[in-house]
Design a protein around this ligand. Structure first.
Ligand code: TYD
Ligand code: MG
Length: 459
């Protein structure tokens, strides 16, 4: 592209266009294209990661190496001592790793990062704050009971200055809070724009890999086109963590959506309290603690989040509608999936929801995406529809197919173990899973083939 020619960059996905358009042709989002200009000499200075190491001095060192000859010494993980965080990171923070922690503003990212300062005694942490003053960070640290002389604060947003501070401090861990405030002075676009976010990240990434410390980059999730979303960074970084949760609930879930050093989709559960985030080592107990007994529309599912089975209550409320189009309202579950399940219940189990509103709520502000929770959602809806409480001692596990069949789920054994641990008497699992269960889990296991069967047995 010719120098200083304007380009229009989608702030959601980073797609570039030559002229402004209302809709991004890359991701289909509306009103996300923003004009960004760069001058010729600036483009030349932008480090291009794709050609990195293929020119100049780096090329000399960059020879192919036999797998067996690759040096592994120095590969170590920093254990934070907080099991919930270590698990999500795949067993600790890998030295030299570059992680992105993303989430809605106010969810607790800065809190978690400040607490990290207290978790790693003897390790130097450089906390770069672009949003708050040092005093504000200190105030928060005091509130959190973090008082470490190995925690260095820097209120700075210029990447070059951050690099200088890294030279001075030589940290084991760098926290950059947040990437939307950090900028490279050689680029003309504003901090928070896609170019700035991407290039600043590229610079910090290079610094991290060269000096072999670890970096946590904090990123706010886009509020419709105002700031560049962390999505444009996901492919660049080693680990992407999402900090999710409902602001109105105390529980926060840290989820690894990508991890080059461990299992993806692993979750850690925290509770936000007055004095900061506390880990929740037994999330199933918490998510079931407010469960209603003897009430229709409540079931318990066992969802596998990463390697960890979690029992969660599903609540359904089905009431006659007063609208021409009945309402479908879901929290913590996909609305489309619910539509499908209701259609299957109608066609295969004879429960017609067409003149009923259906509300589904996953307790504790948890978001469930695994198909194995389908059965629990279906039975909760059926239970409320018939106004008959479902058996409270049963945990429901199974994916619902369009034919009303209960389909096999992955790794049923850890789920059974968790249900037995929490005192459930019975688990309903897909029939086809039965012969894959090797151990004895101190729980009655019932195999199910058809949704109708389960509706008849459990209700
Ligand atoms: P914060 O970490 O600043 O959010 P983020 O960096 O993701 O934008 O957390 C902000 C919220 O957390 C704020 O509403 C206050 C609350 N909070 C607590 O409840 N307890 C605490 O100890 C702290 C430090 C914050
Ligand atoms: Mg913050």
């Amino acid at each position: 592209m010719a120098s200083s020619e304007p380009r229009y960059v989608c702030q959601e996905c980073g797609h570039e266009a030559h002229k402004w358009m209302g809709k991004c042709t890359g991701c289909g989002a509306w009103n996300t294209l923003v004009k960004e200009t760069e001058s010729a000499d600036v483009e030349a200075q932008v480090p291009d990661l794709s050609t990195d190491g293929q020119n100049g001095t780096a090329a000399a060192q960059n020879q192919p190496t036999q797998l067996t000859e690759v040096e592994m010494e120095g590969e170590s993980r920093l254990k934070t001592g907080v099991d919930e965080l270590d698990r999500v990171m795949g067993g600790g923070i890998m030295q030299g790793s570059f992680s992105l922690i993303a989430g809605d503003p106010g969810i607790g990212k800065s809190t978690l990062m400040t607490e990290l300062g207290g978790y790693l005694p003897g390790r130097k942490i450089l906390y770069v704050t672009g949003e708050e003053s040092k005093r504000q960070v200190k105030l928060r640290a005091q509130r959190l009971g973090v008082d470490s002389d190995a925690l260095y604060l820097l209120a700075e947003t210029n990447v070059q200055e951050i690099a200088n501070a890294v030279d001075d401090v030589a940290p084991d861990l760098l926290v950059a809070d947040s990437i939307q405030t950090i900028y490279r002075p050689d680029l003309t676009s504003a901090p928070g724009s896609v170019s700035q976010v991407r290039e600043s990240t590229a610079s910090l990434l290079k610094l991290t890999k060269e000096r072999e410390f670890s970096t946590f980059l904090v990123g706010h999730v886009t509020k419709k086109g105002t700031i560049a979303g962390p999505r444009v960074l996901e492919h660049m970084v080693d680990t992407v963590l999402y900090f999710e949760g409902d602001q109105n609930h105390a529980y926060r879930i840290l989820r690894s959506v990508k991890n080059r050093f461990g299992a993806a989709n692993e979750i850690g559960v925290f509770e936000m309290r007055e004095d900061g985030l506390r880990e929740v080592p037994n999330p199933s107990e918490i998510f079931l603690s407010e469960r209603g007994y003897g009430v229709s529309g409540s079931t318990v599912v066992c969802s596998l989040e990463g390697t960890r089975p979690i029992l969660v209550e599903i609540q359904a409320l089905v009431t006659p509608t007063s609208y021409s189009t009945p309402q479908r309202t879901v929290t913590g579950f996909a609305a489309q999936r619910l539509q499908m399940i209701l259609a299957v219940l109608e066609k295969r189990a004879g429960l017609a929801f067409s003149d009923h509103d259906v509300f589904i709520n996953v307790a504790g502000g948890v978001k469930l995406e695994e198909p194995a929770v389908d059965l629990g959602v279906a039975i909760a809806a059926a239970s409320s529809f018939r106004d008959i409480p479902a058996d409270t001692g049963s945990a429901l596990i199974g994916e619902v197919g369009l034919g009303g069949e209960i389909r096999t789920v992955s790794r049923v054994e850890p789920r059974l173990k968790e249900a037995a641990k929490l005192g459930f008497d019975r688990a309903v699992v897909p029939e086809n899973n039965l012969d894959r269960i090797a151990g004895d889990y101190d729980i009655d296991v019932t195999g199910a083939q058809q949704l109708k069967e389960v509706v008849d047995v459990v209700l």
